[in-house]
Write a protein that binds this ligand. Structure first.
Ligand code: C2E
Ligand code: CA
Ligand code: CA
Length: 722
């Protein structure tokens, strides 16, 4: 009887036996693999397809054989893409393409084609194998991240990150054309008071109506953005007379100062603004924004509704550009730089598993200066490479010193600037440095930002490959803030994706940022990469990230960046973070939110014999904190609460924790306001206030049962409360 040879016997078999086995394995792979295989000739004519390729394209082999592979593409390639493809096919060279594929049944999917030339030893010819993968899921995740991370969801205006990218482009164009650009930083006065007294919904309306008015009042070529909270930006450009721009800004700001009529009330609000002009006030994006922000602070002093233009402060001009460069040069070459280290922890073990090296400048008169104040200057004046070299050397020497002190050294990551990354011979230089200090490459990591990599991505792919070949770990810094092209992301041999701190900051309260972070984690894991979150400051953020399978974290919660001596002490004591989840998480848990402590106590008393763990919060914010740090199945919230109503709170809970079962406590008079939330699925049921004890209890028991029915994998499933 013929028995299929298991792959493990391949290594044991004789030479001749081995080639037969390998063929067999290849044949089986070709038949069973989920990866499509399409063999084409030098012109792209299809000669062979495996079953997976037929399944992916929803057709029979006969429908594909003899056709050109471009017939599979749902949209035309650009002339450049066509040329690259034709050349690669003709020369039988590696090539890849991400494109929409047309199925025979009319539907489409995102496919990734990879051309792999295979020598046919028998005939001496080269086969052109096209491997086809369905990457629709990855593509959708990437699109979602792109969309969510570029636009503010409330006003649909570009967000700060997107704004800065557009402004960057605008400034370089204006610089070439010799045009002026004016930025207005707009602040809504007293939005917090509106929020507190009229509710979240009214404050949202105010923000939306400002966004609409800004859209109406501005021209197509102007830039608009919501910078965050109650702050907006407007950028007017064109023309060679700055005064014309300033007048236009003032006119526009006056036209925005209007009251807002809502169905319930009229809301009065005013806008205060600061402006700055490129190039006289500032020549770079960050600088232009800080000038406009300084002008806004002046306007705030003048009172609500004021507008002020940036006036160069005398103090600022104290050090000239040339002087600053000279000082920085001295700093680098006379040991005024210091290297601090911030621990990175495993979210699986709680142990310190790495450090990020962050540079500081110990200035003789100005004290310790943060890198945000001198990295840009160093890049601009060509000092960034010597600075980066100093950082690498110091980091490697430090790893060696820790080892000599008998400590188990941990991996150290350094930030790599664009010019340094592109410097010829960088991989050799790093290899030499590690060799000289006898430090293994596995203890050294490089952090690269998306913008560093994406500028000439093809070249960057090769540099990264070369750096990987040394054995270094590579991470992609500030993920989510730049252009993330999935095509490239999967082709870069990076090990780690670092979620930018702007997403982490409000991960437990902002459903949009939470979903960017979780989509990033899922996508990175699909690509086989590790994920680290930076800027973790609270226990809630850490628990949330851990629950969503983030692998590592870095942030003030565990430690700020500290000097080498402090790290030595930390490593010696084996410090780490306690990850053991609350014991109570094994118990079915109810979260109660009500601003009246009496009500919380009454409900707790009522349910005390039911066997639930009961968590109480006196505000929506407190409730979100508890949700981040505890596993909760059922949430009951009062409807009438200051700052955020129960339905607003539960809608947010639905987005952040969709599995929870949510109930609202409400008086009859407020029932009207619940219908929308009920229709949107934010609320499972309402409990009327005042309530009947027995039916309250029944509602709660029913809610837990509903949870178990909809979460069959839940550990509580065989546990019935009595
Ligand atoms: P980065 O690479 O994104 O570094 C993380 C920054 O976040 C550090 O700021 C760190 O101190 C800060 N941070 C860490 N945890 C938290 C937290 O929990 N909350 C908050 N609010 N912040 C946290 P730092 O040291 O001021 O560095 C700023 C930037 O300067 C770095 O951003 C990096 O882009 C650049 N930089 C620092 N050192 C170097 C270097 O040696 N070479 C190069 N090229 N750039 C460097
Ligand atoms: Ca970094
Ligand atoms: Ca970062």
């Amino acid at each position: 009887m013929a028995i299929e040879t298991p792959p493990s016997t391949v290594a044991d078999s004789t030479d001749s036996g081995q080639s037969v086995d390998e063929l067999q394995i290849l044949r089986t792979w070709m038949q069973r693999s989920a990866i499509g295989l399409i063999v084409v000739d030098a012109l792209g004519i299809i000669k062979f397809v495996n079953p997976a390729a037929q399944a992916l394209c929803a057709c029979m082999a006969a429908q594909l054989l003899g056709r050109n592979c471009v017939a599979l593409f749902a949209q035309d390639l650009t002339p450049a893409e066509t040329l690259t493809m034709q050349n690669s096919l003709a020369a039988a060279q590696g090539w890849s393409l991400e494109t929409l594929i047309q199925r025979m049944d009319g539907t489409q999917f995102w496919g990734n084609f990879q051309l792999v030339p295979v020598e046919d030893a028998l005939t001496g010819t080269t086969l052109r194998c096209l491997f086809l993968n369905d990457i629709s899921n990855l593509k959708h995740a990437a699109d979602k991240i792109q969309r969510l991370s570029s636009f503010d969801q409330l006003t649909l205006l570009p967000n700060r990150a997107q704004f800065m990218r557009s402004l960057q482009q605008l400034l370089s164009g204006a610089g070439d054309a010799g045009d002026f650009v004016l930025m207005v930083w707009i602040d809504v006065d007293h939005l917090r008071t509106i929020n507190d007294t009229m509710g979240h919904a009214v404050a949202d309306l105010v923000l939306q109506s400002i966004a609409n008015r800004l859209r109406d009042a501005s021209r197509r070529q102007d830039l608009l953005a919501r910078l965050g909270g109650d702050e907006f930006a407007l950028v007017i450009s064109g023309g060679t007379d700055p005064q014309v721009l300033q007048d236009a800004a003032e006119r526009l700001m006056r036209s925005l100062q209007m009251d807002l009529a809502t169905p319930d009330c009229d809301v009065k609000f005013s806008l205060t603004a600061g402006t700055a002009i490129f190039p006289p006030d500032a020549r770079y994006v960050e600088d232009l924004m800080s000038c406009a922000e300084l002008a806004l602070l002046e306007a705030k002093k003048a009172g609500d509704g004021a507008i002020r233009h940036y006036v160069t402060e005398l103090g600022n001009t104290g050090t000239s550009h040339a002087q600053a460069v000279a000082e920085l040069r001295t700093a680098i070459f006379s040991e005024e730089l210091r290297l601090h280290f911030q621990p990175q922890l495993s979210l699986h073990s709680g142990q310190v598993i790495g450090l990020e090296a962050l540079v500081r400048w110990q200035h003789p008169t100005r004290g310790l200066i943060s890198p945000v104040h001198f990295i840009a200057l160093a890049e601009e004046c060509g000092l960034i490479i010597p600075l980066g070299e100093w950082v690498m050397q110091t980091a490697v020497k430090q790893i060696r010193a820790w080892r000599d002190d008998g400590l188990t050294p941990v991996r150290v990551a350094v930030n790599l600037s664009a010019p340094h990354f592109r410097q010829k011979g960088l991989p050799d230089a790093i290899e030499k440095l590690l060799f000289e200090h006898d430090v293994p490459a596995s203890l050294f990591e490089l952090e690269l930002t998306e913008s560093v990599m994406m500028r000439d991505a093809e070249a960057a792919i090769h540099i990264v490959d070369r750096l990987k070949a040394i054995g270094l770990r590579i991470s992609l810094d500030d993920f989510g803030t730049g252009y993330s092209s999935l095509a490239y992301l999967s082709r870069f041999a990076i090990d780690v994706i670092k979620i930018d701190q702007s997403f982490v900051a409000d991960i437990t309260t902002n459903p949009v940022n939470a979903s960017i972070a979780t989509a990033t984690i899922a996508m990175a894991h699909k690509l086989g990469k590790t994920v680290i979150a930076e800027g973790v400051e609270t226990q809630g953020q850490m628990v949330y990230l851990r629950r969503h399978e983030c692998d590592e974290m870095q942030g003030y919660l565990f430690s700020q960046p500290v000097d080498a001596a402090a790290i030595s002490a930390m490593l010696r004591s084996g410090a780490g973070i306690n990850l053991s989840l609350d014991q109570g998480d094994a118990q079915m848990t109810l979260l109660l939110v009500d601003d009246e402590p009496n009500i919380l106590n009454a409900i707790k008393r009522l349910l005390r014999r039911e066997g639930y763990r009961i968590l109480c919060a006196e505000s929506a914010a407190q409730g979100l904190d508890l949700l981040a740090t505890h596993r909760v199945q059922v949430v009951i919230s009062d409807q009438r609460m200051p700052v955020m109503t129960g339905t607003e709170f539960l809608s947010r809970v639905k987005e952040l924790y969709p599995d929870t079962v949510r109930l609202v406590l409400s008086g009859y008079s407020e029932l009207e306001s619940l219908t929308d939330a009920i229709n949107k699925g934010a609320i499972y049921r309402y409990i009327s206030k005042p309530w009947d004890d027995d039916s309250f209890k029944q509602d709660v028991i029913q809610a837990f049962r509903h949870y178990r029915e909809h979460n069959p994998a839940s550990p509580f499933n065989d546990h019935e409360a009595n």
